[in-house]
Design a binder for this molecule. Structure first.
Ligand code: FAD
Ligand code: N01
Length: 549
């Protein structure tokens, strides 16, 4: 495309704006480009990759096998790409994404360093006007928010940050230049998936590591290893069937499907099942050993006790082991973790654990951080404190729909969507892996592809039927919001103070945001809605005198 073409593209009314250039935004761009639409993508970062652009901390890697956590839309791409490890590192994931961008010639449509700050719907022209932080304004018929479920970082509101003399790095905004921790005293706050991946690698370099833990985590060994050519080639035979099978499961992770209740088998059989899951190194393997781990407190306690017994075996100091043992919430109700040598790291003489439940953090000091017990000096502070998940990036944008209603107000008591795809009153504004869809309870690549394909088909349908607008009806949305809440209420999930329900962000409404019914069931619902003429949505045509795109 020439510069002149780009200029023309910028000034005309676009068919679609996509916000975000991670896995979701890039695939959405590819599909809409394939429909022949005029599309622009705005990305706040300086390059593609989303999660894998921002999270460059030591140890960052996926925890669903790369051969499943990758695009499936192109059999050629699937066949030509060779993963080097069972669980790819962040640099390898980023080079995969860059390869996809070059292979499908996507870069020319993307504007980098452009954070979308506002999206206003015009009820006269039935278009959206999208504004970026540099003041650029474009108008489009459709807006697709591919802003990510875990893209807006959460930083603790700890006083005294200005006084602290050393650097503070958030895992989700890790510097691009190398951070040399050799011989340094490092304080790490947070022990979720990011902290658990990072801490063993920091301990390899640093002179002293102090881990500040508020809630201990259930983590199991990843059993990561190099992926041989033979193993990879074997998977590539019948790759399509493998992907298709994953799509019908509840979470899209390659692991055995449970058959029995934990309560109907003998203690020996139960132990054997947990041991086999522990040895397999698969995300959520322990909870998936039995059908009722997330619905029966008794079944859950058995699984949780198995993991605690493993922690006590690995960690030499009983006091440290006891602090690392998660209690007080059911296993699996906060996102499970996969690690490499996480618990064993606490056997190293230069690694210590601080229990923030006993001695909470008070502030930064000039030389480190302070708890109610005293000061801990550190040359570098790492915040592995997570994200304002699922709604954070969307609420950060001033989105105003029909009659000027703000999305922030529409979602004041928690997100309201129909299928996680659209919100009533915000026509033609789609959310990829939006709240109240399975999203973060699944292999995200599967959920992303399903949403992108549904959205693309929907836009294609509107265009081929000379329709201009789709909006969720209030009734369908109310029913869906209730259905998602009812499903979650039938599980133990609400008992974990997790980011799934906004519990990590002070003041955020406590609503369980992902759909727990499973991706297989969910995609059937979405397909049935489309097949029945988009049941629950209002589809409309512009009056003739209004401009069409
Ligand atoms: P993102 O990758 O988050 O991309 C969203 C993009 O939108 C970002 O680049 C952001 O800068 C941009 N953006 C946001 N707001 C704006 C705005 N206003 N204007 C312009 N741009 C904006 N999931 C799994 O299923 N398996 C895994 O193994 C796994 N590992 C993970 C590891 C880490 C460290 C993290 C943080 C998450 C992981 N996830 C994993 C979840 C991961 O977020 C998804 O798998 C997936 O990468 C999400 O892709 P996305 O495109 O939807 O969102
Ligand atoms: O964030 P988290 P994350 N004072 O919210 C603590 C994905 N991911 O970045 O639990 C003290 O899980 C907080 O404590 P508590 C994955 O979906 C995947 O680690 O709130 N501590 C917790 O320990 C994951 O779930 C991978 O009590 C504070 C930690 O910080 C999601 O991203 C890797 C605090 C935050 O844990 C988020 O993971 C990385 C405070 N004020 C991420 N505030 C893979 O392996 C927070 N904490 C694929």
């Amino acid at each position: 495309m020439s510069d002149t073409d780009t200029d023309t593209e910028c000034s005309a009314v676009l068919d679609a704006v996509v916000v975000g250039a991670g896995f979701a935004g890039l695939y959405q761009l590819h599909r809409l480009d394939g429909l022949g639409l005029r599309v622009r993508v705005f990305e706040a970062g300086d390059d593609v990759g989303g999660t894998w652009y921002w999270n460059r901390y030591p140890g960052a890697r996926c925890d669903i096998e790369s051969m499943a956590y990758s695009y499936s839309f192109s059999p050629e791409l699937e066949q030509e790409w060779q993963w080097s490890e069972r669980y790819a590192t962040q640099p390898e994931l980023l080079s995969y994404i860059r390869h996809v961008v070059e292979r499908f010639d996507l870069r020319r449509h993307i504007t980098f360093g452009a954070a979308v700050t506002r999206a206003l719907y015009d009820r006269h022209t039935h278009t959206w006007t999208v504004t970026t932080d540099s003041g650029e304004e474009v108008t489009a018929r459709f807006v697709i928010m591919a802003t990510g479920c875990l893209s807006r970082v959460s930083t603790p509101d700890l006083p005294g940050r200005d006084r602290y003399r050393g650097p503070v790095h958030h895992t989700g905004r890790w510097p691009h230049e190398p951070v040399d921790l050799t011989g340094r005293r490092v304080a790490v706050i947070g022990t979720g998936s990011s902290g658990i991946q990072l801490i063993p690698l920091v301990a390899e370099q640093a002179a002293e590591v102090t881990v500040f833990q508020r809630t201990p985590t259930f983590s199991t060994p990843a059993r990561n290893r190099p992926l041989t050519r033979e193993e990879s080639d074997e998977r590539k035979v019948g790759y399509g069937e493998f992907r298709e099978w994953l799509r019908t499961t509840s979470v899209g992770i390659p692991r055995p499907l449970p058959v029995h209740s934990a309560l109907e088998v003998s203690a020996d059989e139960r132990e054997a099942a947990y041991r086999s899951a522990w040895d397999a190194g698969v995300l959520g393997g322990i909870q998936a050993s039995f059908t009722d781990t997330l619905t029966s407190r008794r079944a859950n306690d058995l699984a949780a006790e198995f993991v605690r017994s493993k922690i006590r075996q690995i960690v030499h100091d009983p006091q440290t082991a006891s602090v690392l043992c998660p209690t007080g919430f059911p296993l699996g109700t906060k996102r499970p973790c996969l690690d490499t040598d996480y618990y064993a790291t606490f056997n190293l003489p230069h690694v210590r654990l601080v229990d923030l439940r006993k001695t909470p953090l008070v502030s930064f000091t000039e030389r480190g951080v302070e708890t109610t017990e005293g000061e801990y000096e550190a040359d570098v502070v790492v915040l592995a404190t997570g994200f304002d998940a699922m709604t954070g990036a969307l609420r950060a944008i001033d989105v105003r729909g029909r009659d000027g209603v703000a999305l922030r107000d529409a979602w004041a008591a928690g997100p309201r969507t129909y299928l996680g795809l659209l919100t009533a009153g915000f026509p033609n504004l789609f959310t990829v892996t939006g709240p109240l869809s399975p999203s973060v309870l699944s292999n995200m690549l599967i959920s992303i592809e399903q949403h992108v394909e549904w959205i693309t088909d929907c836009i294609g349908h509107l265009r081929s039927h000379a329709l201009t607008e789709i909006d969720a009806t209030d009734e369908a949305q109310d029913d869906w919001v209730r259905h998602v809440a009812d499903l979650a209420a039938g599980t133990l999930y609400p008992e974990g103070a997790s980011w799934y329900q906004g519990a990590n962000i002070p003041g955020k409404p406590q609503v369980f945001m992902p759909y727990v019914g499973g991706i297989g069931a969910y995609r059937e619902v979405c397909a049935a809605v489309a097949d029945t003429g988009y049941r629950g949505f209002a589809l409309s045509r512009l009056p003739d005198e209004l401009p069409r795109t």
